[in-house]
Design a protein around this ligand. Sequence first.
Ligand code: SF4
Ligand code: SF4
Ligand code: SF4
Length: 176
Amino acid sequence: MKVGLCPVTNGISRAQFIRGNFNGSKQVIRPPWAVAEPDFVEACSRCGDCVGICPEKILETGRGGFPQVNFSKGECTFCGDCAGKCTSGALNKRNFDAPWPLLKAIIEPSCLALKQVVCHTCGESCPAGAIRFRISVGAVARPEVDPAACTGCGACYGPCPVSAVTIGEILAEAAA
Ligand code: SF4
Ligand code: SF4
Ligand code: SF4
């Protein structure tokens, strides 16, 4: 796997992120299996069907009435209910093998383990086993995200006690 220079311990360079901060003023994360953003806003009828059907309640109506993900409410289980309900073509499982091929977790510098405080919470929360802890002599084990294994489910986001996990899209070559 190709990974860039890493400012933290993640395997994903910050420069390889093209969007993140799903909860703030930057670009948002669309529901899984969403087509490319320009096509998405063209196709989505803003019916809210995906928001209403999500059993995890992680979808919400965002700016302009379009649906977006809020991982502070929980994780995506990839049940497929949202895409199954979508009749507009904005969410389309037939187009993609993976629901969020470029959505990955990144560990921010505020991570406790990077500050020499023992914490394995994100790794214990990850259903994909995508966060491993690198052990080095005389230092606290540091989390590393494997971009190939990370599904972007967001399960590691909420449990982090210091909000050091960001979920965002990476450049395609970083995910390959
Ligand atoms: S796949 Fe399921 S859990 Fe994930 S956003 Fe869609 S409805 Fe919610
Ligand atoms: S849960 Fe948060 S503080 Fe703990 S190791 Fe993971 S990123 Fe660091
Ligand atoms: S986003 Fe999901 S798969 Fe990726 S590291 Fe976090 S918990 Fe694991």
